[in-house]
Design a protein around this ligand. Sequence first.
Ligand code: ASP
Length: 446
Amino acid sequence: MKPVVCKFGGSSLADGTNIEKVCEILAKDPARKYAVVSAPGKRFSGDVKVTDLLYECYREAQENGDCSKTFEKIRKRFVSIVEELGMEGFDIGSVLDETEREIDLRKSVDFTASRGEYLNARIIAAKLGRAFVDAKDIIFFNKSGALDEAKTYPAIAEKLEKCGDAVIPGFYGTDADGNIKTFSRGGSDISGSIVARAVNAELYENWTDVSGFLACDPRIVNSPEKIEVISFKELRELSYMGANVLHADSIFPVRKGDIPIKIKNTFRPEDAGTLILPSKKYVFHGNTVTGIAGKKDFTVLFLEKSMMNGEIGFARKVLSVLEAHGIGFEHMPSGIDTLSLVLESRYLMGGLLEQLIEEIKDAVHPDYIRVLENIALVATVGHGMASSIGTSARLFAALSEAGINVRMIDQGSSELNIIVGIDNDDYEKCVRAIYHEFFEKKTDMN
Ligand code: ASP
């Protein structure tokens, strides 16, 4: 039997009562051999995550030489977790004393931030009677800060094979100099994915506080449909455009190993959740559109030059200007004599936009440059679009009916998405119109 790797997020582990739920979930299926855990998250709105308290500890230690004031809050959180779990025999006091000493001694921001996951994993492993496997011994980064795959995957496989069912702290590993290094925030999702790949898991279950992905942002459309099955490619498009449930980088390890991910709700374990499938295992589920996502605040630079198509190196010269300023582009739709660059507006502050325009003029001498600011992008994503005739006709008819002026169109070459650029002010209206067309209007074309 291939194992299932389960990652539990901070809200699933915020207090003893929630941790009990997690223990029940793990006990329910013997395939759930490896649990990757986050630090305790918020217990109620306005509460502070343990990881945020730890960053505060680091600042305090920098200023005062020790972190005792903030660490007291962390101490209380973990002591009450241990009490709620009825673990009288577990000497959390000594573990916390040792942790506080090390934070003061090591003076490392990553070491300090990683202690929420470390402490939580120690407690949960003891509660479940499972092995505690420290992430520092199995997850390694190379000199440039990327995951050292050649060292990490064999280390995980070897260690976990020997130790039986285990609990592993998420969010960190060891860098090339032997120091603790964390992933970016929310990085326990990545740790879980790495462990799943290393043990060639049957499934990577990601347990959180929602029952999966929704077809669009619930702040824009009331109770949108849940996505039951989605491919890695669709997920990548939607997450890139702002749909957030999983850390965007967590897709890659399992994707390479063809391992599906399931998003599950710790507080409603009976809900089906969302299944994220590698392309090989993906079967079309019948919906033309899987989801809609978008982002505001883009700037479009529109260049026109007669005979542009015959001018070898035109695009390269334009892109070199961006490269020289360390700016990436989001999209680059083009016509015979036109080329548009879609850029994130936040990178163009302080006169940089004007400077870029001047440098592009010098580099390629366009006949005309126009700038469109305050543009939002909305992506309509779904494998089903490639095979359904009339999808774009429906999309644009819906936008026209809603009175939305489409400023730019970009269709990915995989026919997986259609992206429209519209005014920021039309963003919510646009998402609603597309959702209505493909999810609410029940036609036999859905
Ligand atoms: N605890 C870390 C954070 O709050 C990592 C995680 O939860 O995934 O970002």
